[in-house]
Design a protein around this ligand. Sequence first.
Ligand code: ATP
Ligand code: MG
Ligand code: MG
Length: 549
Amino acid sequence: MEQSSNFIRTIIKQDMDSKRHDHVITRFPPEPNGYLHIGHAKSIVINFGLADDFNGKTNLRFDDTNPLKEDQEYVDSIKEDVSWLGYEWDELRFASNYFDEMYKRAVLLIQKGLAYVDDLTADEIREYRGTLTEPGKESPHRSRTKEENLDLFDKMKNGEFEDGSKVLRAKIDMTSPNLNLRDPVLYRVSHTSHHNTGDAWCIYPMYDFAHPLEDAIEGVTHSLCTTEFEDHRPLYEWVVRECEMDNQPQQIEFGRLNITNTVMSKRKLKQLVDGEFVDGWDDPRLPTISGMRRRGFTAEAIREFVKETGVSKGSGTVDSAMLDHFVREDLKLKAPRTMGVLRPLKLVITNYPEGQVEWLDAEVNPENPEMGMRKIPFSREIYIEQEDFMEEPPKKYFRLFPGNEVRLKHAYFVKCENVIKDADGHVTEIHCTYDPETKSGSGFTGRKVKGTIHWVDASHALPAEFRLYEPLILDEEMAESEDKTFLDHVNANSLKMISGFIEPNLEHIEAQEKLQFFRHGYFNVDPKHSEPGKPVFNRIVSLKSSFKL
Ligand code: ATP
Ligand code: MG
Ligand code: MG
């Protein structure tokens, strides 16, 4: 895969040129505590893409060192999402498979006088740590002997202590200007079953200890992570060095991807799912990979979008309109065009013979003639969009109104002659006449109309549900009241469900097929709620775009 150059590629190239490395191994290391989101896609594209550029390898490694939050469901979904995005990992690894090795390395640190068992509570440890302007205070247990520490750590492992009562800490420097080096916790007690190791362990390694060891064990050459770990790099290097690992991976940080009008952290996404604000992790409004897939975004569009956002140290916020741009670009030549009426209004063509049906020819995709033609029925009664008729139109309204003529896409000109209303004055039917001379494709040039509207034949149309989405979270409102949580800003209008009609040639449409409904935008057949004979279409994006690259 070609990616434009960036600072990480430059570093790797130098490492190869200088023979510091003769191969490249990267890894994508998700914690299986939720579903992947588009931010993870950035990490995936970078890790797999860079390794690929240097004929290297990329492992998918589950960073599963925190059993409280992890689950097999997440492991399965992450594998599915990485594959769907179009990447093949070289090896599938689990950090939990290294628990024995990590334990040994922790014992080594104790033997070297570089780790000790502490009895302080989590709160006390925080208090003792000090601040950026104040040095930390040493724990009274810091001077325990090696023998004492080895014995206590063994007892921790054997389940002799309660959760939270003891931790293993690195003995580095309580006055370091880098808070991460003030005797960070390496192991904690947690009597929790693990999705992979079951009840084999009741102590679990902390991220800052486990992650560098995982990388070193796998021979990772370049450990790419996001910039919030920049301050952890000295600790990363300390762990690799003091644990005497053969391989010395190099940590390099890049900026996180953020997108407007959404939330992008598994913790927040989980709150939305658990609070039933959304229809599961794959809700089409979520920025999860599975949600975006269900919405109808393509893997290609996601990859291209992520590449366009580039690789840099900074973590700017990207306009979600840019993502829309890439899916339109991808679907433009691939998605068949069709007509669907979302809010139907009946239109009767009074001079069209009763009982007659014409099968009109229409291009499947005028931008891609190779997609061929389709047949659309046309007869005396059709549905048009409610908003395509106004009894008293404003200026510059070129659609239907009494006395006005418009083109029916792929069919004829029709002229509005009469309006039928119910007892309450609501318009229930429009009566028109058509001009047989104006048939689409006939080369008619006698007169012009300004409006073209879409329609479906009333007696052949199939029912369908359309789901229109708006952002789940509105940034502008969030900014106004910082005292509220993001859950108070869930957009109540983020989903609209509408029952309408589609062309009959869509009878056998399948889940995940993508279409462009004329004037309405690109839609995807929802895999969860569609039923035979009653598809549900998720709008991916509308057609309009103000976004320019
Ligand atoms: P979250 O806060 O959403 O849980 P995380 O960083 O804790 O994110 P991990 O499962 O640890 O999630 O992430 C796996 C990899 O994906 C990490 O290397 C992480 O840096 C990267 N990653 C996560 N979010 C983003 C993002 N928004 N942009 C770029 N990379 C990201
Ligand atoms: Mg993480
Ligand atoms: Mg996280």
